[in-house]
Write a protein that binds this ligand. Structure first.
Ligand SMILES: Cc1cc2nc3c(=O)[nH]c(=O)nc-3n(C[C@H](O)[C@H](O)[C@H](O)COP(=O)(O)OP(=O)(O)OC[C@H]3O[C@@H](n4cnc5c(N)ncnc54)[C@H](O)[C@@H]3O)c2cc1C
Length: 457
């Protein structure tokens, strides 16, 4: 079979997630020609809107933005995507430490002391995180000590009661999507600092990372961004090899397609970037880094009901549980639609255990949990949809990459530093809201600016 003709451009972008699309759009606006090579047959990467029922879009990937996601708010406005606030009225339902199912007010009254302990630790985390420069965590004054222990070990050393320790684990795994024993304490502090403070990271209410949703689904963002660069976008083009010299790159895709340019921006997660071959090979430090940035384990499961019956009972659709299988849930109803939609999160070990089960078994286990929290009506969903990410060849886990002990201090400076004509984007390289869409936009803009400076400066 004849190979497709080689494409020529100024800048080759690998990956049409939001980071790669932003990078391509930015170089195009600067008068340079991009070509985006996307492995999948769709754009958006970790953003994926699908219908749980006819006319009912749900987010198998990214869903929310928060009040300080300024780049995303600006982008939505520019693209004409409307936003609306996340529903947050009523009590959360708890099932923790053998307490049985308790409503929030009762839980708070019974465990006031434990919640006070948790609050103190969160304030301490904020203080320590403030010492970590997000653009260079390895330069934190106590980086060596903090990178030598896991977040879990540090948590264990805080003499917390079992309830406070469990709550801390649940809210941290809700962010990192891996158990805290897998993550360096320095990485946890970096994560907090890149987002501001723990209250921004963990809270759903005002100031948190999950306050706002997009009308029509988050998928509208990459779809409309792709329309701006549609003449420069090639789908079904998995990049396998990047040949690079001082002033040019040749990028080879599976199927024989090639693209030649002056610079390349690799806008995929570090683990996947490490699977591309580079000729000449990259420095050992960069490769050792990408060997140590595993993508985490998370999946979302949506239950659609005829109505949001939990609201009438004064519940907000959120649960927090150490019984599971979901450690958390959320009310994700759509405005102007009568259906009730509950989203269950499976994160870390829950995603690994339940994600590998047949769908019907997973659904049954989750249904039983929802019945405990929201009553018998939860047993009869009109529709169910879930989405696993480790099996997806072009993602291989989510939400992002977490660094284990001694990785930031030994290899961290190779994360975003260009290597000759190769530049790095993706949310995992961002310094503000790394792991989020906000970070993906920042990283795409930063990598594009590096290229623009190099080629037009
Ligand atoms: C379940 C889930 C829930 C999330 N929830 C939120 C949320 O509520 N709010 C939030 O802000 N963020 C959330 N995120 C994170 C958010 O989705 C990501 O931060 C963001 O979308 C990352 O964008 P990216 O462009 O950096 O990477 P990606 O989206 O991973 O894009 C990379 C692209 O590169 C392509 N690719 C991979 N390998 C190759 C190759 N060899 N050749 C060519 N192309 C390749 C992929 O197909 C993909 O399209 C969530 C993610 C998931 C999965």
């Amino acid at each position: 079979m004849a190979h497709p003709p080689a494409v020529a451009a100024d800048v080759i972008v690998v990956g049409a997630g939001i980071s790669g699309l932003i990078a391509a759009r930015t170089v195009l606006a600067a008068g340079l020609t991009p070509v985006i090579l996307e492995a999948d047959s769709r754009v958006g990467g970790r953003i994926l809107t699908e219908e749980a029922a006819p006319g009912l879009p749900v987010e198998l990937g990214a869903q929310w933005i928060g009040d300080t996601h300024h780049r995303m708010f600006a982008l939505a406005e520019e693209l004409g995507v409307q936003t609306y606030p996340q529903f947050d009225e009523g009590e959360t339902s708890y099932e923790l430490a053998g307490s049985g199912v308790l409503r929030e007010n009762e839980f708070r009254a019974r465990f006031a002391g434990e919640l006070g302990e948790l609050e103190k630790v969160l304030r301490l985390l904020d203080e320590l995180a403030a010492e970590v420069p997000p653009e260079a965590p390895w330069r934190a004054p106590r980086a060596a000590d903090w990178d030598a222990i896991t977040a879990g070990a540090w948590y264990d050393g805080q003499a917390l009661s079992p309830v406070a320790r469990t709550l801390l684990e649940i809210c941290t795994v809700g962010i990192l999507a891996v158990p805290t024993v897998e993550v360096s304490f320095l990485h946890l502090l970096f994560t907090i600092q890149t987002c501001g403070v723990t209250s921004e990271l963990f809270a759903e209410s005002e100031g948190g990372a999950q306050t706002t949703r997009f009308v029509g689904g988050t998928g509208e963002i990459p779809k409309r961004l792709a329309a701006l660069v549609t003449d420069h976008l090639v789908l079904d083009a998995p990049v396998q090899l990047i040949e690079h010299s001082d002033d040019s790159v040749t990028v080879h895709c599976r199927g024989g397609r090639t693209a030649r340019g002056r610079r390349v921006i690799v806008a995929i997660s570090p683990a996947l970037a490490g699977r591309i071959m580079y000729d000449p090979p990259l420095p050992g430090k960069r490769d050792q880094l990408t060997q140590r940035m595993p993508n985490a384990s998370a999946m979302k499961a949506f239950f659609v009901y005829d109505e949001p019956f939990w609201r009438a009972a004064g519940l907000n659709g959120q649960l927090i549980s150490d019984v599971g299988p979901a450690r958390m849930s959320n009310d994700t109803c759509l405005p102007g639609d009568d259906h009730g939609v509950i989203l269950c999160f499976l994160e870390g070990e829950q995603a690994r255990t339940y994600g590998r089960m047949p769908t019907e078994e997973r659904r049954a286990a989750l249904t039983a949990e929802l019945v405990r929290h929201y009553g018998d009506k939860a047993a009869r969903p009109a529709a169910y949809l879930d989405g696993e990410w480790a099996d997806r060849q072009w993602t291989r886990g989510c939400y992002n990459a977490n660094l284990g002990p001694l990785v930031w201090t030994n290899f961290g400076d190779a994360l975003a530093e260009p290597i000759g004509t190769i530049h790095w984007a993706s949310t995992d390289t961002a310094v503000r809201w790394s792991a989020y869409m906000e970070g993906a936009v920042e990283a795409g803009e930063r990598a594009a600016q590096e290229v623009i400076d190099a080629l037009t400066g």
